[in-house]
Write a protein that binds this ligand. Structure first.
Ligand code: BG6
Length: 481
């Protein structure tokens, strides 16, 4: 199958940091279909050769294990081309179409790795020159809108040119192997599904914690904040996969229909419930990963009076028969104590205790990163004699170790799926809009609330109010248990 993959934003950060390295991995693993061409388009006037040299330089900044040798780069670079394009010029789109038509590949993937405010214009121009025919797919990189209205506007523009089945909306968390294993855990094994409900589960916690600060992205981040950056997309996508009903098949729409039902069942926020159930925070200077780090307000391109949140913790519920009354706690933040993305499923305690001492409930930890695995916490006798208290022990499964050679990174997986036309790991427009619909009352309530975010020290687990949010229900975050 021949393909042409075009990166709009071909000299941008996303392209050289994530997309090209991911494609190179696919190439190295022999997974990239034969007959592929990769075309970077951007404003600069340069030859294929110059672009390849530039890309080779950029690859030096990629983590060592993912860097090509000179010989590997030569072979990979032979697939890479460059084309100058001013995205406001209709004739430049015609030029691109002519270039693509000259070869007439089986599949054309147009990846919009540009600022989202260009999406509408690019789609219209692509439509105008007929670059929306059945062989074309368009990949849209987050952020997809700033709120419901802007997301709808982008979706309308995309829909006026492309069919929904041609639109691949990226949420890179869906490409992580651990997230796919969540589906396998639930629907490829019979063990947990009978317990996966309110009768057995006390609460579920989703934590996406980062140690990094906003770095050089201050200007973008300050206009975005943690709620839009991580909760509206990544955290909610994880929640849907945890809470969804079993889909009838592994088809993209069967899965996405079920995810959408979860989003629709989420308890809507009101101004009062935002005040009670959502905690926002902003980091101050502190120690992170053993180094002193500045506070958010000292970061480059961040206004000194910014009220942008770098931390969010919230409590919600999925209002249906399976989950009624079970709290779902979502938490994300920059400059936290650890880089740690995990989902913790806390089961209910035994109904009647016959062993001495406190009995800890069972806990399933789905580890997304830095490790990728599953940990099931059980209670056992050490065997030291009568009267002994039960001790927690873990069944620990490390997927990285178990499947070391076959693992594929998130962007590699998503790019290969876009080339192959598999939509399962991409977000449908109605899911994305529903997620905005649910998030918006939080943004509205914050706009009305003059208190702003609560400060927290870099290197901590966020404001104390986040612990209180969970403690109010009689629970605690995993690291506090
Ligand atoms: C991105 C956010 O979507 O996800 C970033 O814009 C964040 O702010 C990143 O750092 C986290 O992704 P990962 O894969 O490193 O957990």
């Amino acid at each position: 199958m021949s393909f042409d993959l075009v990166f709009f934003g071909g000299t941008g950060d996303l392209t050289w940091r994530k997309l090209m390295p991911a494609l190179f991995q696919a190439f190295r693993h022999g997974k990239l279909p034969e007959g592929g061409r990769i075309l970077a388009v951007a404003r600069d006037d340069q030859s294929d050769e110059r672009y390849r040299e530039w890309l080779k330089e950029r690859f030096r900044e990629v983590e060592a294990g993912k860097r090509p040798s000179d010989e590997e780069f030569e072979r990979f670079a032979a697939l890479v081309h460059y084309r100058r394009m001013d995205l406001s010029q209709p004739e430049h789109y015609q030029g691109l179409k002519d270039w693509l038509d000259a070869r007439n590949a089986d599949t054309v993937v147009l990846y919009l790795a540009t600022s989202p405010h260009l999406f509408t214009g690019i789609c219209q121009q692509l439509g105008a020159v007929g670059l929306n025919h059945a062989k074309v797919r368009v990949v849209l990189e987050k952020p997809l809108g700033h709120d419901l209205a802007s997301a709808q506007q982008i979706n309308r523009a995309v829909r006026s040119v492309f069919a929904e089945a041609q639109a691949f909306r990226i949420d890179h968390y869906l490409g992580k192997p651990s997230v796919q294993n969540l589906m396998a855990l639930r629907f490829g094994n019979a063990l947990f599904e009978p317990l996966w409900r309110r009768e057995s589960i006390a609460n579920i916690q989703i934590t996406l914690a980062e140690q990094l600060g906003v770095g050089t992205r201050g200007a973008f981040y300050d206009d975005t904040g943690a709620l839009r950056d991580m909760i509206q997309n990544h955290a909610l996508q994880l929640l849907t996969m945890i809470a969804m009903e079993p889909p009838a098949s592994n088809d993209a729409d069967a899965i996405r229909d079920e995810k959408l039902k979860v989003l629709r069942a989420l308890k809507p926020f009101t101004q009062e419930s935002v005040a009670r159930d959502v905690v926002r925070g902003q980091y101050r200077a502190g120690m992170c990963g053993g180094h002193p780090v500045p506070g958010y307000l000292e970061e480059v391109k961040v206004p000194q009076d910014s009220t942008c949140e770098t931390f969010v913790a919230l409590r919600t519920e999925v209002q249906n028969w399976r989950w009624a009354g079970v709290p779902f706690y979502l938490r994300t933040g920059k400059r936290l104590a650890a880089r740690d993305a995990q989902i913790v499923v806390n089961f209910r305690p035994v109904p009647h205790q016959i062993f001495p001492g406190a009995s800890l409930p069972n806990r399933l930890v789905i580890k997304l990163q830095p490790e990728d695995g599953l940990e099931l916490q059980l209670l056992a006798h050490k065997g030291t004699g009568p009267g002994e208290q039960l001790t927690p022990v873990s069944l620990d499964l490390d997927f990285d170790k178990a499947f070391a050679t076959q693992r594929v990174g998130a962007y590699e997986r998503l790019l290969l799926d876009a080339i192959a036309g598999r939509l399962n790991l991409f977000v449908r427009s109605d899911e994305q809009e529903q997620a905005w619909r649910w998030v918006e009352p939080i943004l509205d309530a914050w706009a009305e609330d003059g208190n702003g975010p609560r400060p927290y020290a870099a290197g901590s687990w966020g404001p104390a109010a986040a612990s209180a949010l969970v403690a109010r229900d009689g629970f605690a975050w995993a690291e506090e248990q």
